[in-house]
Design a protein around this ligand. Structure first.
Ligand code: NAD
Length: 244
């Protein structure tokens, strides 16, 4: 079943975009859902909000434990918090490499480490990481971001192998270009946002961006009992972009 009644879920970066759509869908399917975010105010009730920075281990541990206490455990962990970076290897100083890898890769390590005792106690434990087609697509002007998501993909496969015998499944989704506030901010920075959006839509094989709800549906499937035999996979939700 893709129903989640009786299950609990924690979604990082759950106050905006893909994370918010995912938290809302998991709740709609019956789960009791907590959101961990720098600013959880974007996630309204019935979602439980917890403030934390995934680049700060102490703050992650405190928020994961508070969330587990509020929910009565954690069955589903969605590691979704992430940040972007544009440019080639010449464009990003070391500090920016450290920052993006700290959030996008180590953020998953810290949150999963804190959640593992609760996941081990669950009969339906599932972790879903938000990766990106950037992990494998060889996108121009995305050296640092792509490297961070390549690491997320490898980490997903390694974690799946490490925890399968404990009954914990680990998968990831690889979104293409998704219509979220993140992409909205990038478009707003262009001289002509409307023209930029039209050009971006035209570059998609489907003629439009992926929606956050479409990515949420893939995450919710991977997190659900319907995917009980699915672990160590990456599910592309990219409107055919990576396949071209
Ligand atoms: P978004 O900016 O709309 O939302 C990201 C959320 O993460 C925000 O609420 C933000 O506060 C939170 N966050 C950021 N840094 C954090 C930190 N250090 N600690 C805790 N929370 C933090 O972005 P989005 O587009 O929904 O992206 C979500 C995920 O999807 C990211 O991992 C991103 O790499 C991935 N992704 C996005 C796209 C896209 O086109 N939008 C494509 C592929 C993958």
């Amino acid at each position: 079943t893709t129903e989640l009644h009786g299950l609990t879920a924690l979604v990082t970066g759950g106050a905006s975009g893909i994370g918010l759509a995912t938290a809302a869908l998991l709740a709609e399917r019956g789960a009791d859902v907590a959101v961990l975010d720098l600013d959880p105010s974007g996630a309204p009730a019935p979602l439980h909000g917890f403030t934390a920075d995934v680049s700060d281990d102490a703050s992650v541990r405190a928020a994961v434990e508070a969330a587990a206490e509020a929910l009565g455990g954690i069955d589903i962990l969605v590691n979704n918090a992430g940040i972007g970076a544009a440019g080639t290897v010449e464009d990003n100083p070391d500090e920016q490499w450290h920052r993006v890898l700290d959030v996008n890769v180590l953020g998953i390590v810290r949150t999963t480490r804190a959640a593992l005792p609760f996941l081990r106690a669950s009969a339906h434990a599932a972790v879903v990481n938000t990766c990106s087609i950037a992990a494998t697509a060889g996108l121009p002007q995305r050296a640092l971001y792509s490297a961070s998501k390549g690491a997320v993909l490898s980490l997903t496969l390694a974690m799946a192998a490490d925890h399968v015998r404990e009954g914990i499944r680990v998968n990831c989704v690889n979104p293409g270009t998704v219509d979220t506030p993140w992409v909205g901010r990038l478009l707003d920075a262009a001289p002509d946002p409307a023209a930029e959006r039209a050009a971006l839509n035209a570059r998609q094989p489907t003629g439009r961006l992926v929606t956050a709800q479409e990515v949420a549906a893939a995450i919710a499937y991977l997190a659900s009992p319907a995917a009980a035999s699915v672990t160590g996979t990456a599910l592309a939700v990219d409107g055919g972009m990576a396949g071209l």
